[in-house]
Design a protein around this ligand. Structure first.
Ligand SMILES: [Zn+2]
Length: 81
């Protein structure tokens, strides 16, 4: 007689595949979908790391995106650096 826990029955392929797909759907998605944010140095709002701030348009201390001022035509204008 075995002294350690032994599975009563072999786990069939479909059962283990179902378990793995459930893991992928829930746990793995939770781990990958979490977006990390950092504080913007200019305005202090939360922004994605290594991305331009969507509030003020600054990236690493310089203006990268110019936002619409009253009376201008375009909404967002990229500035060539
Ligand atoms: Zn900002």
């Amino acid at each position: 007689m075995a002294k350690h826990p032994v599975p009563h029955q072999k786990t069939c392929r479909s059962r283990s595949k179902t378990r793995h797909s459930a893991f992928q759907k829930i746990t793995r998605k939770k781990l990958t979908d979490v977006a990390k944010t950092v504080k913007c140095a200019n305005c202090g709002l939360a922004k994605r790391p290594h991305y331009t701030c969507e509030n003020c348009g600054m990236y690493r201390g310089r203006q990268v995106i110019k936002f619409k001022m009253p009376g201008e035509k375009k909404d967002v204008q990229k500035i060539k650096v």
